[in-house]
Design a protein around this ligand. Structure first.
Ligand code: AP5
Ligand code: MG
Length: 216
């Protein structure tokens, strides 16, 4: 299964991706996570990407596209993949199409997690993430039972640098300007399915599961 999770920052892409990966056994490829790992390691890609991420801007297409193409070459992608946060611009979507065509394959579907801006601000302002395993929490909606520690692995939880209200609002503006054109792009291909992402995490996952079960 080759699918994309599309949606604004804070829609719940990372949260749902963890369940989808577990249920369908496909790798979860989050461009944001790959960039943050590069920032942590201080790699040249990380140093370059950080300038954009801290401001809530998109990293230039050429850097993202080659990074994803490299990742899709890894053996674990043979059975499929789940893309989270990629593509985010029309040139990225077109590059992905060309890449898949060159491999003789196509996407099975694009799941749009639909949520309003104020819900996003509320979700991202309270988000906490485990430094060690990446588990996602929320100070109100999903607090860790271990306080400032991850209840899964005991790692420290932290607030992402780009989860301040000012940067969240910039990310939303960028989403509306640069990423929403992808909704029509995939609608025209007949592979876009929208899910109400304001619902509880469990209900969102149920909706995704029924879309995956009924995909043609
Ligand atoms: P990225 O890491 O992809 O960030 P994003 O798109 O802004 O999305 P988030 O990770 O913030 O939100 P999410 O949808 O995963 O929500 P989550 O599940 O965590 O990208 C970061 C940056 O990297 C970009 O700004 C850009 O600079 C760069 N970048 C990445 N990809 C790029 C690309 N392709 N091109 C160019 N640049 C790129 O949930 C959020 C919170 O809500 C959590 O606290 C969670 O517990 C809570 N929550 C989730 N679901 C629910 C629910 N149903 N009910 C209540 N609470 C919920
Ligand atoms: Mg995410």
């Amino acid at each position: 299964m080759k699918i994309i999770l599309l949606g604004p920052p804070g829609a719940g892409k990372g949260t749902q991706a963890a369940s989808i990966r577990e249920k369908y056994g496909i790798p979860h490829i989050s461009t944001g996570d790959i960039f943050r790992e590069n920032v942590r390691l201080g790699s040249p890609l990380g140093v370059e990407a950080r300038k954009y991420m801290d401001a809530g801007q998109l990293v230039p297409d050429n850097l993202v596209v080659s990074m994803v193409a490299d990742r899709l070459e890894k053996p674990d992608c043979v059975r499929g993949f789940l893309l989270d946060g990629f593509p985010r611009t029309l040139p990225q979507a077109e590059a992905l199409d060309s890449y898949l065509t060159s491999k003789g394959t196509v996407l099975d579907g694009v799941i749009l997690l639909d949520v309003d801006d104020e819900t996003v601000v509320l979700r991202l302002s309270g988000r906490r993430v485990c430094r060690a395993c990446g588990q996602i929490y929320h100070s109100t909606f999903k607090p860790s039972r271990s306080g400032n520690r991850c209840e899964v692995c005991g790692g420290e939880t932290y607030q992402r640098d780009d989860d301040t209200e000012k940067v969240i609002r910039n990310r939303l503006t960028v989403y509306h300007q640069q990423t929403t054109p992808l909704i029509s792009f995939y609608k025209e291909k007949g592979i876009l399915r929208a899910v109400d992402a304001k619902a509880s995490s469990g209900n969102v996952m149920n909706a995704i599961e029924s879309l995956c079960a009924n995909r043609s």
